[in-house]
Design a protein around this ligand. Sequence first.
Ligand SMILES: Cc1ncc(COP(=O)(O)O)c(C=O)c1O
Length: 403
Amino acid sequence: MRIPFGTISVTKESRKLINEALDSVRLSSGRLVKEFETKFAALTGTREAVAVSTGTDADILALAVLHDFGARRGDEVIVPALSFVATGNAVVHAGFKPVFVDIERHTLNIDPKKIERVITKKTRAIMPVHLMGKPAEMDAINKIAKRHNLFVVEDAAEAHGAVYKGRNVGTLGDLAAYSTYIAHIITTIEGGIVTTDREDFAEVLRSLRSHGRACKCKVCVMNCGAASYCDKRFKYGAGSDIRFVFERIGYSCKMNELEAAVGIGSMTNYRKIIAKRHANLISMIEKFQKFSPWLYTIKEEKHERIGPHAFAIIRGEKAPFSRNELGLYLEKAGIDTRHLFSSMPTQCPGFAYLGHKLGDFPNAEYMGDNGLHIGVHQDLGASHVNYFIHTVEGFLREKGLAF
Ligand SMILES: Cc1ncc(COP(=O)(O)O)c(C=O)c1O
């Protein structure tokens, strides 16, 4: 048996839309991207959604927008030490300094108790990550943000379908950034999307994704219709062409029509896919309990619903084997594994310039040395879950532990 990490369902709807787009010869961002944005906003329950090229770009833009709302280059953004490296990279690319806070071992998310001690006059935002789809402790985070007048930008890359205290993740801060990369639940193959309730943020996001130009319309007539005349175009200032007026430092990260077509199609089966993945995840969580204290995972608590992105495997401190031994055993048995990321400030050399040293973020570093994750996707079912559990039993037996 094989348990691949991810899968993709390119639906009939996607194929139809891809062909329509190809026939129309209108392939860069246009009508389908707009439709994808409208549908994504409706699904998460936000007023606005702005689609971009990758989840990393979504993180970057969701932060870069703050430069129009009082932030300055070099200001600080608080992020968890443990995440996929894109979170930290995005802070730097948006023109800010990442300030890292350790995580909690039982949630994998930023430890709210440690946030206030790193707030300075330069802090502008907190960017919690809902790692492995488990919602970060947003009530505590929002309270701190309110007390210190900070923005909250959720990195919801892995949290499609996650719910926190009855509210969708992605609607809990000022802005949220999702990845729609192929391994994620709603996918555009490569892609990302920023959601927000604020129209003024959305306008700046649309400008940022297109070089910072003065065009911010929700729907661009030049990109969407056969009649491509824009009556705003030459009415900017002294008759300048609005498309060549650059109001801010921008990026070039639009989503294209073919990607949006895949995304729109992937939303047609969204509820079914979420239900299947969630059932796989909960079944794995339940069956995995017996491996404690050698191995453990995160739990779904009463106040939340985990977005079923993947299943976390964490080696217990006293386990008589290494994470890599387990990983190799699973790989040889046909089960794809991924590391559970690493402590960005101390285990990713790109952040060495900040001067942190190993030991500064013990919980994040522990996950960097002892964590794995595997897929829970919609092409898996009970037989795969059982195969995974039997494989782990076999490994532990081989290590002299009774299973
Ligand atoms: C937490 C987190 N943030 C950001 C990203 C970046 O997304 P992308 O790979 O689409 O750039 C990812 C990637 O999966 C992620 O896991």
